[in-house]
Design a protein around this ligand. Sequence first.
Ligand SMILES: *[C@@H]1O[C@H](CO)[C@@H](O)[C@H](O)[C@H]1NC(C)=O
Ligand SMILES: *[C@@H]1O[C@H](CO)[C@@H](O)[C@H](O)[C@H]1NC(C)=O
Length: 592
Amino acid sequence: MASFLRVASLWRYRLILSLLLIACAITLIAGSAERQPASEHQPVYQPENENVVYMIPTTPILSQPSRGSSQTAWNDAPTSTPQYSLAEANILHDLHSALSTMQEQYFAVWLGKYTTAIDWTAAVMSTYVSATLSSLSQSLAYKMPGTFDKDRKLDVEAQMVENEINKYFAQSTTYYFGEDHFAIRMQAFDDILWVVLGWLEATRFIESHSLQHYTSDDQVGGQAWHARQFLPAFSHRARVFYELAEQGWDWRLCGGGMTWNPRLLPYKNAITNQLFISASISMYLHFPGDDNCSPFLGPYDRSHPRRNQLFDECDEDMRGRYDAVYLANALNAYKWLKNSGMTNEQGLYVDGFHIGGYRTNHSKTTCDERNEMVYTYNQGVLLSGLRGLWEATGQTHFLEDGHELVRNVIRATGWHNPNLSSTPPLSQQQQQKRATEEKVSQPPSWSGLGSNGILTERCDPSGQCTQNGQTFKGIFFHHLTSFCHPLPTHPTQPGKTHAATRAIAMLHKRSCTEYTPWVVHNAQAALRTRDKDGRFGAWWGATAPDLSSSRRPGEDDDVNNRGRGRTVETQGSGLAVVRAMWEFLRRDGEVL
Ligand SMILES: *[C@@H]1O[C@H](CO)[C@@H](O)[C@H](O)[C@H]1NC(C)=O
Ligand SMILES: *[C@@H]1O[C@H](CO)[C@@H](O)[C@H](O)[C@H]1NC(C)=O
């Protein structure tokens, strides 16, 4: 308990932060001089095609001390609390509209596909649909069918919400068949794991919506929500993909960790490991179970005499919710990640580790080449994992680690004082050199993950993000929203999951409440990037009031039309941050 309540001196913190930022800037400048053309490092690792491969030798992974966290108490808060005044109805309207724009403009029902997405980004978009439906489901209390509140208005409103939910749920089911799962099976482990998280989000939505708005599924007479019939299908896909991903874990190289891609030189990166943590603990807590043994064969008759003969083998290792293997996987993976030395001076996860010289000498096992690039999504996916690890173990250090990461991110957007330039001013010449070399022009107030308190991908200001980069910020906000879900004060499954004491639940809620103004600030910035068709732009900082006026940009001078412009990925990121705003504001108002 004591460690939560320790109040670190704010001034000391600012001083340390400034020193770290100066060190960071020096490293960056030095790093850009050292950088070699990518062609000299074959095969090239360019995760997002953004030409940002840094090869800075670091101390071997296992001898590197993990970043001390003892100084950070939860209530060493980002201190800025600007005023915001928002009408609840407007936010809910913006949420509905962000979702409908995404589905109407980018989803082809007849194909069951986001036609311009790539496999993994489509999986993420589908995840947002399920998560948003959960939010909409909770926005109104009603019972289906025929048990409406007597108040006519609620009656009509409930039917409208229910109809909308059914509409988008139907689209999710077409996506289930449109998802190119044969292709994704052969892709990298991170691609595979997005699929797991997506279908677990869908099963959680089905279960919670049924529970909240329909009578018990046990009831005879078909009163349960029809969507429950998809639980076995969605669960099956989650399990098949989880088991494919498990093959990516390896103890030999780097002392453990998930490998990014089985067909390339070993790369142990943040995203694959964070996804594995989050997927493993989500399987532990939420996997509805699966008795369909076959990934390929069609429906089979349980009573068929040959069934046992055909499926005997796989029946034995079927795992269900609360299976100890899922928990062990999540714990191992987090232990490895935390000790891997993958965070930088700002406490942010860098992209990952290569093994120097592995190409010519496969006996090497040390992760000693760190890719220093910082992406927003590498700070996000872990958060839902940490929330789950807490619920499965009751150990509060998982929550502490999560809050520390969130605070590091918020600081790295320059939020602690939006007016202050956090990076030491570079000379004009240095700035030009850097801008030319990196082919990106950062605003002068760049703080590591944004400026002016707005989360920004490094490729955003120059309009050079790929499809990958355009997806990252939404992922951060999706997982932040999961992390800040109120802690249960009663265990969901006694003996398998844990409840929070009242004090811990309050502390978590209070910390999350402190993030609300920052979340709102980001969502409002994202909303300002919408064009006349309601489509979100990629760079939310483009319309920050202190960079330009708050007017909506015209077609010609809209920087968010550069590069790939507005896409399903930028729309999905907008949806995720608006949903985050809705959830944070709604939870702030909840009495614990
Ligand atoms: C290959 O790497 C191993 C482990 O680092 C080392 O012991 C061995 O000498 C290396 N072999 C060559 C030929 O460099
Ligand atoms: C930021 O600057 C504006 C205008 O210069 C000022 O009104 C405001 O108080 C400043 N905010 C902070 C947090 O310093």
